[in-house]
Design a protein around this ligand. Sequence first.
Ligand SMILES: [Zn+2]
Length: 137
Amino acid sequence: MAANRGRTKPERLFATAIWRAGRRFFTSEGYAKLSGRKLMGSPDLVFPAPKVLVFVDGCFWHGCPRCQKSPPSMSNFWIEKISTNVLRDRRVRASLRRSGWRVIRVWEHELGSSRAVDASVRRVLRTIDARLNGEKC
Ligand SMILES: [Zn+2]
């Protein structure tokens, strides 16, 4: 799929699984074209009706607390680089939430097996359905 070019493997994997589950979504680029609004941080999946955004994040680059190596084994360069990413992620998501979006993060480690992928898909679909049903979540 041309739209998938430039995406990382976990992003592609998750987008494909959502597609297979029968849910349609926009990429950030597609949403920007449709709405004329550019979303901060370029979320991977955009569900405009329930106002749900999904970020599929690599554990290393985004400083996953579960997978992160203990800082002493990392050079200062990487520690600094990753903490910059973590702070930026936090700012971006806080701003999106203020605009009424529900922001869901799917970690790379949550896509480690097909069973894990299914569980992550269900988690996202539950949130989407709850929002569509007008529940606050
Ligand atoms: Zn992780």
